[in-house]
Every structure is written in C-alpha cells, then in structure tokens.
Design a protein around this ligand. Structure first.
Ligand SMILES: [Ca+2]
Length: 191
C-alpha cells in the first residue's frame, strides 16, 4: 500500500469514526447491552479460552463488548455471534461495519458460517486504540474453505471475530458498533 493511500485511509477512519449517519440509527448497532446475560441471549459469546463481559465504553451508543483471556487461554480467542444474519442478495457495496480495540497483534480475522461453508477474511487493526473497520461483502474479497466454494451469500448462522495471536493471559479485545448493511439498510437490528 502506498503511503498516500495509507494516509487517505487513516483520514477516512478518523472522520467517519463517530459520525457515520447509518450507525446513528441505534438499533443497527448489534452491541448495546448493559448486562452480559442479555448480550448472550442475543447470541454473543466469547470463543473458547476467553470470557465475555459488557463495558460502558462503546463507540456507538453507550456499551460495547469485551473478551478477556480466561484462566486457560487458547489460540484463536475472540468473540462470536450465533444469530442468523441473512445476507441473501448481498454483494459489492454492501458491508459489515465494526469497531475493535485489542492489545495484541495488528490483524484480526472474521469468519462467517453459512450452510454452504465458511467465508473469511483478514483485516488490519491498530493495537491499543479503537479501529473502525468496514468490510465490503463482495464475495471476491473473501476466502472460502477448499471444497466449499459458493458464489452467492445466504443466511449466516454464526460468525467469529478472532486472532491466532489472541492467546495469552492479560490480552483482551473490545468490540462495538457491529452492524450489517445490504442495500443501505441494516439487515438485522437489536430487539
Ligand atoms: Ca454499542
């Protein structure tokens, strides 16, 4: 990536940070729970080895989610959402938006599980500060499991946001403002 492009992207991230009008419609943010029990009821959970909690330091709304390494950390810790998100018809220009902060590494992965297999991709984040991430749903930008190639999105049953490097005591990940837009509209809103 050229320096100029990197600077342009950094500027975009800063400007869009808290002012994305599509996210000011609060229900599009699928992370807004004061109690972790309610987040769990919606489908949020920590991946094995980590412990989920809610935090009053959201980037959108007032609360976010936090995963801390637990007593027995494992590789590939992170946060998962087990709640159907129907991406049927999604394509270029449609997007997943999220805010993340973590104190390990500089990259994360997202994995979407559909009935036809997994689609996943990696993205860069800054360590120790919130990063706004926007992932286009153009399937050409996503990798798939070998033998499970599909050419159109369908309902996503389960998603993970994780890192191989999230594997040690004292490490954490904060997540907020997770929203999915197809045709400019949120695919799913909180109840
Ligand atoms: Ca929130």
């Amino acid at each position: 990536m050229s320096v100029l492009l990197a600077l342009a992207l950094a500027a975009t991230v800063t400007r869009a940070d808290l002012t994305d009008p599509s996210l000011s419609a609060d229900p599009a943010d699928l992370i807004e729970f004061t109690r972790v029990e309610d987040a769990a009821k919606f489908g949020w959970d920590a991946l094995p080895g980590a412990v989920l909690s809610t935090v009053a330091e959201g980037k959108i709304g007032s609360h976010g989610l936090r995963a801390d390494a637990g007593a027995e950390p494992q590789e590939y810790m992170g946060i998962g959402l087990r709640h159907e998100i129907d991406l049927t018809g999604a394509g270029p220009g449609d997007r997943i938006v999220l805010f993340v902060e973590q104190n390990f590494g500089s990259g994360l992965a997202i994995n979407l599980r559909t009935a036809e297999g997994h689609a996943y991709r990696f993205f860069d984040v800054k360590q120790g500060q919130w990063t706004r991430v926007e992932l286009d749903l153009d399937l050409a930008s996503w990798s798939q499991d070998e033998g499970a190639q599909f050419d159109a999105w369908g309902p996503v049953e389960y998603l993970h946001i994780y890192s191989k490097g999230f594997d040690a005591a004292g490490e954490y990940m904060l997540l907020d403002g997770f929203a999915v837009f197809v045709g400019g509209e949120p695919v799913l809103v909180r109840p």
